[in-house]
Write a protein that binds this ligand. Structure first.
Ligand code: HEC
Length: 199
């Protein structure tokens, strides 16, 4: 009976009090550079895997054409590059860090080539809760989400056209004007904040 009472005291009073002190006392990790919670990755990873295993659709990578993968590269360079990077990208300046940090999806460390395409599609469509990974279902259509998933599933053997597409600058320089000089920016340069109006 004595043991039971002690068990009750520990279980019902001490553990919740310790948890309250841990969280409300400012001991729990909340900053990006804090060390992870005990078992954080295991708990978060298990929940994510279980959820995806239940609802990710199945589709073979072989059902996608090279054109699909190239279209996926175009989606990727508009929506994903900023967080997930490009093949052979050398960062020569410090990047803002996130927790968890977005994996570099075109490096062997970050490849998702072992994941079924449907799993990557699921992550693009639904996002990953409590991380910076957004849901894209209100931004991309079904075809675009599948195409970008097929691109990432092929990240270790990209078709050359997909590499070319990834490398295209997002904001190409304006085409030269008829006289061979770069085109003037449009708009009335005498008004507003254009540098020409501040001389
Ligand atoms: C604002 C930053 C951000 C953007 C933009 C973003 N992601 Fe993510 N993504 C993340 C983060 C952070 C993670 C890591 C989540 C985690 O660790 O659970 C992630 C995870 C992923 C994963 C899972 C990787 C793995 O190892 O399982 C895939 C796949 C992915 N993103 C694809 C994409 C695609 C495709 C796009 C563009 C359509 C995109 N992401 C745009 C931040 C971003």
């Amino acid at each position: 009976m004595g043991k039971f009472i002690w068990g009750l005291i520990i279980g019902v009073i001490l553990i919740p009090v310790a948890a309250a002190v841990y969280f409300a006392g400012g001991f729990a990790p909340a900053a990006v550079n804090d060390p992870p919670f005990p078992f954080e990755r295991v708990i978060a990873g298990t929940a994510l895997h279980a959820r995806i295993a239940r609802s990710a659709p199945k589709r073979e990578l072989s059902s996608f054409t090279t054109a699909n993968i190239v279209d996926g590269a175009d989606v990727y360079r508009h929506h994903c590059v900023g967080c997930h990077g490009l093949p052979d990208m050398q960062r020569n300046r410090p990047e803002p860090k996130m927790y968890p940090d977005p994996p570099k999806l075109f490096t062997p460390d970050g490849y998702v080539t072992d994941d079924p395409v449907g799993v990557t599609y699921w992550k693009v469509k639904n996002g990953i809760r409590m991380t910076a990974m957004p849901t894209f279902q209100n931004v991309l259509n079904e075809q675009q989400m599948w195409d970008v998933a097929a691109l990432l599933a092929s990240a270790d053997k990209l078709p050359p056209d997909a590499v070319q597409t990834l490398k295209q600058p997002l904001f190409p320089p304006p085409p030269p004007a008829a006289n061979g000089k770069p085109a003037e920016p449009s708009g009335d340069a005498t008004k507003g904040n254009h540098p020409a109006s501040r001389r």
